[in-house]
Design a protein around this ligand. Structure first.
Ligand SMILES: Nc1ncnc2c1ncn2[C@@H]1O[C@H](COP(=O)(O)OP(=O)(O)O)[C@@H](O)[C@H]1O
Ligand SMILES: [Mg+2]
Length: 241
């Protein structure tokens, strides 16, 4: 995944500017930064969900999105998980996971159901496949949402503060699933405030302020020895909590 000169504006105001980000396959990148820094917008640009004001996004050798053009549909090749799980309330966990493969990839229903169960097993929810979202904790719902994204067999997973809506006990189980994914060789970009996850599971940390990437390096370097004073202040604040 390669973003070059990436810029995104709302109502003429630049929200993301001059972002250069190249993520090789298999890498796990944690994106940190204060609220309003443009992290979510950058992620949406990378996923082809926002028109670009400048620059381009390339994914697996093709231009996914460029300024002035309409983003190309990537099907499920880029999976996205948000803070809000957005499961269909009237469908069971397994049905939520099987829906897109049947609709978008035309996978036979039987096969989709088997795949859904295998994926729910993988995220530790094998026993809950037939439960409805209201019967599941927030952490369980978020793991269903991850399984749902994985059902489209993505080659890149984008997470936008996947644990911000969760209590600490449920945060842990979601982070464990994400760590598994990272370890399995998936390419992962995750916006998070979980410093331990960034330290232990990310190969690389990017720090954003005012729509720009101001630090980009190995987690061990950015988290312990950032170049910028404002990164240091942010980290002190996060770690002090
Ligand atoms: N759809 C939108 N329309 C207008 N402004 C937006 C929209 N989405 C985000 N913004 C603005 O863009 C800036 C960056 O937002 P965001 O990408 O959500 O930051 P972060 O995820 O780092 O908190 C904020 O000032 C926000 O108000
Ligand atoms: Mg955000």
């Amino acid at each position: 995944m390669q973003a070059t000169g990436l810029g995104c504006s709302y109502h003429g105001r630049a929200v993301v500017s001059d972002v250069e980000l190249s993520v090789p396959a298999g890498q796990t990148v944690a994106v940190l930064g204060p609220s309003g820094a443009g992290k979510s917008t950058m992620l949406r640009c990378l996923a082809g969900l926002e028109p670009l004001h400048s620059g381009s996004v390339r994914f697996q050798g093709e231009t996914l999105s460029r300024a002035g053009g309409r983003p190309r549909s990537v099907g499920g090749r880029i999976g996205m998980v948000f803070q809000q799980f957005n499961l269909f309330p009237h469908l069971s966990a397994a049905q939520n996971v099987a829906l897109a493969p049947v609709r978008a990839r035309r996978l036979p229903k039987k096969q989709a159901r088997a795949q859904a169960r295998a994926l729910l097993d993988r995220v530790g929810l094998g026993e809950h496949a037939d439960h409805y979202p209201y019967e599941l904790s927030g952490g369980q719902q978020q793991r269903v949402a991850i399984a749902r994204a994985l059902a489209m067999e993505p080659e890149l997973m984008l997470f936008d503060e996947p644990t911000s809506a969760l209590d600490p006990e449920f945060t842990r189980e979601v982070l464990a699933v994400m760590r598994d994914l990272a370890d399995s060789g998936m390419t992962v970009i995750v916006v998070t405030h979980e410093m331990n996850f960034a330290r232990q599971s990310a190969d690389r940390v990017v720090f954003m302020v005012d729509g720009r990437i101001v630090e980009d390096g190995p987690a061990s370097v950015v988290l312990t020895n950032p170049r910028q004073e404002r990164t240091r202040r942010f980290l002190d604040q996060m770690l002090g909590e």
